[in-house]
Design a binder for this molecule. Structure first.
Ligand SMILES: Cc1ncc(CN)c(N)n1
Length: 228
């Protein structure tokens, strides 16, 4: 089927990404990502990110479950539930992967202390789990959260990147084509929902997009912090 983008019709999420390009680039081309891509990343920064992200991913599970519930209740398209369920299943693998990766790098996940930026981001996720938050808002935020990781890690795998061999598996996890297609599916769902949403809801979804991008930048910034 011909997509709206192909027909030159403005798509809400694309309009937002153009409007907020600076912060979007800040989130997807962060110095931590550029250091991975350039091969100069400090391994203690990577380990710090790994430990913090494990905590985040655990908090992401109930958030995703809440989006699934909202899709089941509010979506007109039953395939949304399938897409989100696929995301939940992938998270199960992701948690197992974090445990394996942490043991490879000698990171004791049980003793990682969540940093403030992480706690703030997890609290934001929790606020989106409220039944007062619409499916449109929740699924839009969900798409942005996934898209930032997809764009960031795919950049580390592009031609010309000098990503260290031992970090390629991490980059593949979010930078692979399958994850890219999953993000496209989430983006289409978000756009479909936004097109029929009230102005007020669209404004809230845009504010959430900005919040996610700010939280993502702060999240990457944690990798600069003190020693692991
Ligand atoms: C902070 C963060 N943002 C996004 C993702 C991708 N699920 C993640 N693992 N961590």
């Amino acid at each position: 089927m011909e997509r709206k983008e192909d027909r030159g019709v403005a798509v809400i999420t694309d309009t937002w990404l153009r409007k907020h390009r600076l912060i979007y680039t800040g989130a997807t081309r962060h110095p931590f990502i550029l250091a991975i891509r350039g091969g100069s990343v400090n391994i203690s920064s990577f380990k710090r990110w790994l430990g913090q992200d494990f905590i985040f991913v655990r908090a992401f599970v109930p958030f995703l479950a809440s989006v699934l519930l909202k899709a089941w209740k509010e979506s007109d398209d039953s395939s949304d539930v399938d897409v989100i369920l696929g995301g939940l299943a992938a998270l199960n693998d992701e948690i197992a992967w974090f445990k394996k990766e942490a043991s490879k790098w000698g990171v004791a996940l049980d003793s990682v202390v969540p940093q403030k930026s992480n706690l703030d981001y997890c609290r934001f996720l929790e606020s989106l789990m409220s039944s007062d938050v619409s499916y449109t808002e929740a699924v839009t935020a969900f798409w942005v959260i996934e898209a930032v990781y997809q764009e960031s890690f795919a950049h580390c795998l592009e031609d010309g990147s000098k990503t260290p061999e031992e970090l390629k598996e991490t980059c593949q996890r979010w930078g692979n084509d399958g994850f890219g297609q999953y993000c496209c599916a989430l983006k289409s769902i978000a756009n479909r929902q936004l097109e029929k949403a009230s102005d007020d809801m669209v404004a809230k979804a845009e504010a959430n997009l900005l919040s996610v991008l700010e939280y993502e930048v702060d999240f990457w910034n944690m990798s600069h912090g003190g020693a692991v």
